[in-house]
Ligand binder design. Structure first.
Ligand code: ADP
Length: 422
C-alpha cells in the first residue's frame, strides 16, 4: 500500500516539476525572443535614420545593446515614386523581389515585417522619407538566421538542462517521498501491532471464561453455591477484560491527543499529588509497603488535572506492585522556573538496563506471570508515556535490579489558557 502511495507521490512530484520546467523554459524563450525582436527593430530604425541622412548608424542602441545586430550587418533598398530602385546595398535579386512585393502594400506609415528572401528569413523595416521634393521608400533588411540560431541554441540548452534536472530530481523525489512516508508507515505498523496485541490479550480472558462456563454446564444439576469458584473466576476475568478495554481506550485516546496542545485549568499540583497518595494508602497498608511523600507545597500547574492524577496513579500502582512487603515507595514534587518535576521512587525489584526502554512499549512486561497476577496488562507505562509526551514533557528512569527504581517526570509549565481558547 505504501509503495503505491510512494509511487503516486513521486509521479505527482515529477509531473509538477515537468510542468514547472516547461513554464520556465517557455518564459525564458519568450523573454529572449521579445528582447531580440525589440533590439532588432531598434537597430533597423537606427540604420534607416543613417541611410536617410547619409550618415553611419550609431552603435549599441536598443534593448540589450545592438551588438548582435551590429555584427550581422544590414542591406537596404531605396525606391522612388515610380517603384524603381534609386539606391541599394544588396546584390540579391530575391531581396529586390521581396522588397517590391512589400512596396505593393502601399503603406504610408513605417512598419516592421518578416519576409522570405530565397531560403532565408529577414526582418524588414519600411519607412518613407522626402528627398529632393520626392517621396522615397526605404526598406532595411536584416538576416534572421543568427537570431533563429540563438533561439534554437537556447531552447536545446534549456531542454538539456531540464532533462538532466529531471533525471536527478525524479529519483530524489522518490527517495524524499519514502522519507516523508516513513513516520506514517511506522505509525501504521504500530497500530497493526497494537490491534494484534490487543486481540491476543483479550483472547486469554475469553478462553478462561469459556472454560469456566463449560465446567458449569457440566455441573448443571449441582446447586450454584457449590460452584461459586467458577463464577468467581469468570467474574475476575470479566474485571480483567474491563480493565484492559478501558486502558486500551485511554491509550488510543492519549495517542490521538498526543499532538494536541493540552488545554486545562490551573490547579494545585501539590494537592493532586497528596490526594493520589491518600487514595493509595489503604492499598499500600495491605501490601505492607510504606508510602511516603516529599512534596513542595503550593506548586501550581496549568493542564489537565485528571490526566496528571492518572499519570501519578500509574507510577504509584507500579511502584507498589513491584515492591515486596516491607519496602518503601515515595512520591516527590519539586518546581523550577520552567518546569515541575514529579518523582516516584521505590526500593523494589528494580528493572534491568536492557529492559528499561522496552517497558514503555505497549503490553511489554518483564515478568509476565507476576505482572498478570497483580492485575497488570503491560499498558500502564505506555499510557503514561503518551500522556507525558502529549504535555511536552519527558520521563527519566534510574533503576537497578534488587535496589529499586526512580521514575522522574519532567513537565514544562505552560501559560494560563483563557476559557475563550476552547
Ligand atoms: P503492568 O501493567 O504490567 O505493570 P506497565 O506498562 O505499567 O505494565 O509496566 C511494564 C513493566 O515494567 C511491568 O510489567 C514491570 O515488569 C515493569 N515495571 C514497571 N514499573 C516498575 C517498578 N516500579 N519496578 C519494577 N518493575 C517495574
Amino acid at each position: 500500500m505504501f509503495k503505491e502511495i510512494r509511487k503516486k507521490i513521486s509521479l505527482w512530484n515529477a509531473l509538477t516539476l515537468i510542468a514547472f520546467l516547461i513554464l520556465f523554459i517557455i518564459t525564458i524563450l519568450a523573454v529572449v525572443q521579445w528582447s531580440l525582436k525589440s533590439s532588432g527593430e531598434a537597430y533597423l530604425e537606427n540604420v534607416a535614420q543613417a541611410v536617410i541622412h547619409d550618415t553611419k548608424p550609431t552603435e549599441g542602441t536598443g534593448f540589450m545593446g545592438t551588438s548582435v545586430h551590429d555584427q550581422l550587418g544590414y542591406e537596404y533598398l531605396v525606391w522612388n515614386e515610380n517603384r524603381s530602385i534609386s539606391s541599394q546595398q544588396t546584390d540579391q535579386q530575391a531581396m529586390i523581389k521581396s522588397g517590391y512585393a512589400l512596396l505593393e502594400k502601399d503603406a504610408k506609415d513605417p512598419f516592421f515585417s518578416k519576409v522570405k528572401v530565397g531560403e532565408s528569413e529577414y526582418r524588414v523595416y519600411e519607412t518613407q522619407f522626402e528627398r529632393g521634393g520626392k517621396t522615397m521608400t526605404l526598406q532595411v533588411f536584416q538576416n534572421l538566421g543568427s537570431e533563429n540560431g540563438i533561439m534554437l541554441y537556447i531552447t536545446v540548452y534549456l531542454l538539456s538542462i531540464g532533462a538532466v534536472g529531471l533525471l536527478i530530481l525524479i529519483p530524489l523525489s522518490y527517495i524524499l517521498a519514502g522519507r516523508s512516508l516513513k513516520p506514517i508507515k511506522e505509525n501504521f505498523d504500530l497500530q497493526k501491532t497494537f490491534i494484534a496485541d490487543a486481540s491476543h490479550e483479550l483472547r486469554t480472558p475469553i478462553t478462561v471464561i469459556r472454560t469456566n462456563v463449560e465446567v458449569l454446564e457440566m455441573k448443571e444439576d449441582e446447586p450454584i453455591s457449590e460452584n461459586m469458584k467458577w463464577l468467581q473466576a469468570i467474574d475476575e476475568e470479566c474485571d480483567t477484560m474491563a480493565n484492559l478495554i478501558s486502558e486500551l481506550l485511554t491509550n488510543a485516546q492519549s495517542e490521538v491527543n498526543q499532538n494536541k496542545d493540552e488545554k486545562g485549568m490551573r490547579f494545585s499540583l501539590s494537592q493532586a499529588c497528596a490526594e493520589s497518595v491518600k487514595k493509595l494508602k489503604p492499598v499500600a497498608r495491605e501490601l505492607d509497603v510504606k508510602l511516603t511523600t516529599s512534596l513542595v507545597s503550593d506548586v501550581m500547574f496549568n493542564g489537565n488535572e485528571d490526566k496528571i492524577k492518572q499519570l501519578i496513579r500509574i507510577f504509584l500502582d507500579n511502584a507498589l506492585k513491584y515492591t515486596p512487603a516491607g519496602g518503601q515507595v515515595s512520591l516527590g514534587l519539586s518546581e523550577a522556573k520552567r518546569n515541575v518535576t514529579i518523582s516516584i521512587q521505590d526500593n523494589g525489584l528494580g528493572i534491568p538496563k536492557d529492559e528499561q526502554k522496552k517497558i514503555f512499549s505497549r503490553f511489554y512486561r518483564i515478568d509476565d506471570a507476576r505482572s498478570r497476577a497483580s492485575g497488570g496488562s503491560g499498558l500502564g507505562l505506555s499510557i503514561a508515556d503518551s500522556i507525558v509526551r502529549g504535555m511536552g514533557g519527558k520521563i527519566r528512569l534510574d533503576s537497578e535490579p534488587g535496589v529499586g527504581s526512580t521514575f522522574t517526570i519532567i513537565l514544562p509549565k505552560k501559560k494560563i489558557q483563557s476559557f475563550s481558547d476552547d
